[in-house]
Design a binder for this molecule. Structure first.
Ligand code: GAL
Length: 699
């Protein structure tokens, strides 16, 4: 069975029985807490001791088996589930609900030995090997697909009707180990995908700019996968391959979900644990929103690969902003989420792996709770004694029986949150949160296209997106992500931020205009609307399709060396910039909010604002070096539209509202004073919030 049949299935797959945004699986206020346990890593004699203890420590659920394919099927067709039956039963006896996983990330040795071409290839054409990593299979391989279907069917038929199983996780942190798969199976699937998308080679050549450097093909079979290992790959071909990969990764989840749904009870939910959207931009959680009940997410905060404060405690406190982003993006596909993996202590794969600051582990749990995660699952119960993650802390010491400092903090936070649960109300509202709720326009393809062709060595699409996202968090507003075809209403989301949304269709621009005219406040930035949806520049003036929206003309873009930055002044405050600056000629009625100070265009507009219909459009033409121009622009806009703003938070200090409680957390090395009203009742902490501090109050 070749892959194009799978792609046509994509649209017809069984839809989730739940309407979006209806977290009926997690109806009560508060959060449920759980832990990962790998029976396959420990002697069978210890299972009862360990699972009993997990129950005694107060966990509500336990997570099994995402890497245990070889234990479930030690030889082809020889299925062994008695061991899993036993731990499921032990879990039930100890009051623990079970998250059961499909083991697709780890194909057994007998399978890759029998079918070596089931393994994916990296961009140099090197095949993965069995003793390498996980997630090594080629998702495009029909052999992989058929074996996964069999093991998932076995699992689902055994546990799909089992009341002890709470829900299902498909695979683990969906992606391909090599990020992209360059195997012959992937090439064939890609070619078929291109046939479906473009129909004819003429259309393919037109889309890929065929005449440029004689890139045209006369037959689809002449298509090669464009690899960045070779110089100057065709950017349009590359974007198509990235988009194909995105759909292939999603299709693996959709296929597995369809099998599970044939057997699962309606009470059992199905999800996967999406990871690091920043490192895996070819993974798009929106593609599985109909097949899964919701998207779960994972986050390890202290790797030092993430965006953090950079101050003297950043390596111990980690990145609270990326926890926010991960939660809010995962939440946006179906309206609710849970965090499947949260580190309890040191991790093993960071640049270096510092001990968290005492209190940090507690803060992370509180933060995940405050963000609205329906469950928090700590990774993992016991620190592994062998293999590739030896130095990753569990909540127990290496003896397996003593709770370590991270575990103690995790359990402390659980206890504190549970104590306050009776005070929580599902329907509690905050007027500030409701009147500032912000939509963020999301498109993986857009990010990929900019990353394929940065145009300035310091362009970083993620940092640009985070510039705005962090500004929103400093205001304390909540963010929901939306895809291009689902622009929300201004009633539900009075603000819509779409930074550097480079590829825009005319339909999208019309939808944005309708949103604004109906009362929405839209923020656009530098590269917005530069290209059409296939990544070609418009055969019009620069960014001309968005001129009517921004109420001005964009004259040109400029880029500077970092050593000779330009400057922009807004309300008496000067900001530097160097990566990307668009010079704007405002039309009649359009206000200039900031101007360039220097270069040959000194005095021209850098930030503009215009009223349009019932709403407004703010255009930020440059990207500032310290992100302050953007923050102050957002502050001005939100202040004008939503009234007095309660928070003016330093970066990496966060405030969240959940079910009647306000929670502030501090990921910086300085104490911060929080503007908690005199009349508030404070449950934890004080208005002066120290590093790793948690402040919980009710207004
Ligand atoms: C996660 C992964 C887990 C484990 C963990 C260790 O990204 O899903 O299986 O490897 O990292 O930090």
């Amino acid at each position: 069975m070749i892959n194009w049949i799978r792609f046509t299935l994509m649209t017809s797959i069984l839809a989730s029985p739940l309407a979006a945004g209806e977290p009926r699986f997690f109806a009560k206020p508060g959060t449920e807490f759980g832990v990962y346990y790998y029976p396959e890593h420990w002697p069978e004699e210890q299972w009862e001791r360990d699972i009993t203890r997990i129950g005694e420590l107060g966990f509500e659920f336990i997570h099994f088996a995402e890497f245990a394919w070889e234990k479930m099927e030690p030889a082809e067709g020889q299925y062994e589930f008695e061991w899993l039956d036993r731990v499921v039963e032990l879990s039930a006896e100890n009051g623990l609900k079970v998250i059961m996983c499909t083991p697709s990330p780890c194909i057994p040795a007998w399978l890759s030995t029998k079918h070596p071409d089931i393994l994916s290839m990296d961009e140099t054409g090197r095949r993965m090997i069995h003793q390498g990593a996980r997630l090594t299979a080629s998702l495009a391989s029909p052999i992989y697909q058929s074996y996964v279907a069999k093991i998932v069917e076995q699992l689902a038929s055994r546990y799909g009707n089992d009341p002890r199983i709470w829900g299902w996780q498909i695979g683990n942190e969906p992606h391909i180990q090599t990020v992209y798969d360059y195997s012959p199976a992937a090439r064939q699937a890609f070619i078929q995908w291109l046939r479906e998308k473009h129909g004819t080679v003429e259309a393919l050549n037109a889309s890929w700019g065929g005449p440029f450097w004689s890139f045209s093909v006369s037959d689809f079979e002449q298509v090669q996968i464009p690899t960045p290992a070779l110089p100057q790959p065709n950017i349009h071909a590359r974007l198509d391959f990235q988009t194909y990969t995105m759909e292939e990764i999603a299709q693996d989840l959709i296929d597995q979900a369809a099998i599970l749904r044939r057997f699962t009870k309606p009470e059992q939910w199905i999800t996967t644990n999406y990871a690091y959207f920043k490192f895996l931009p070819n993974v798009n959680p929106f593609l599985t929103k109909d097949a899964l009940d919701f998207s779960a997410h994972t986050m390890y905060l202290t790797s030092n690969w993430l965006n953090h404060s950079g101050d003297s405690l950043a390596h111990r406190l980690g990145s609270g902003m990326e926890l926010c982003f991960s939660k809010e993006l995962a939440n946006s596909t179906n309206g609710y989420t849970g965090i499947m993996e949260l580190q309890p202590g040191q991790i093993n794969w960071g640049k270096f792996n510092a001990m968290p600051l005492p209190g940090a582990g507690r803060m992370w749990v509180w933060h995940a709770f405050a963000l609205g995660d329906e469950f928090v699952c700590t990774y993992r119960y016991r620190q592994p004694l062998f293999a590739g993650e030896q130095y990753h802390h569990g909540i127990m010491m290496t003896d397996g029986v003593t709770v370590n400092s991270g575990g103690t903090e995790f359990l402390q936070a659980v206890d504190e949150i549970r104590t306050l649960t009776p005070r929580m109300e599902n329907d509690a509202r905050s007027e500030f949160i409701d009147t500032t709720r912000t939509a963020f326009l999301w498109s993986n393809r857009n990010i990929l296209d900019m990353e394929n062709y940065k145009h300035h060595e310091n362009w970083d699409s993620w940092q640009h997106i985070y510039t705005y996202y962090q500004g929103l968090k400093r205001l304390g507003v909540e963010v929901d992500f939306f895809e291009e075809d689902s622009i929300p209403s201004p009633e539900a989301h009075p603000f819509l931020v779409a930074p550097a949304h480079q590829m825009m269709s005319l339909e999208l621009i019309a939808d944005l205009e309708a949103y604004v005219r109906a009362g929405g406040n839209l923020v656009l930035s530098t590269r917005s609307g530069l290209k059409d949806p296939q990544g070609h520049l418009w055969e019009m003036k620069l960014q001309e399709p968005i001129w009517p929206l921004i109420g001005g003309e964009i004259e040109f873009y400029d880029h500077l060396p970092s050593g000779y930055p330009g400057h922009i002044t807004q309300e008496g405050v000067t900001h530097s910039w160097h990566v990307w600056g668009n010079v704007v000629q405002p039309g009649p009625g359009t206000l200039t909010w900031a101007t360039y100070d220097d270069q040959f265009y000194a005095g021209k507009a850098a930030v503009t604002h215009v009223s349009l219909g019932q709403g407004s459009v703010t255009y930020v033409g440059a990207w500032s070096g310290d992100w302050e121009l953007e923050y102050q622009t957002l502050r001005k806009l939100y202040g004008q539209q939503a009234g007095e703003l309660p928070f003016d938070l330093p970066p990496y200090v966060f405030v969240q509202f959940r079910q009647g409680l306000w929670v502030a957390v501090n990921y910086t090395d300085q104490s911060v004073r929080l503007p908690v009203p005199e009349s508030a009742s404070i449950h934890h902490g004080a208005r002066d919030l120290p590093p790793a501090g948690v402040l919980v109050w009710e207004n």
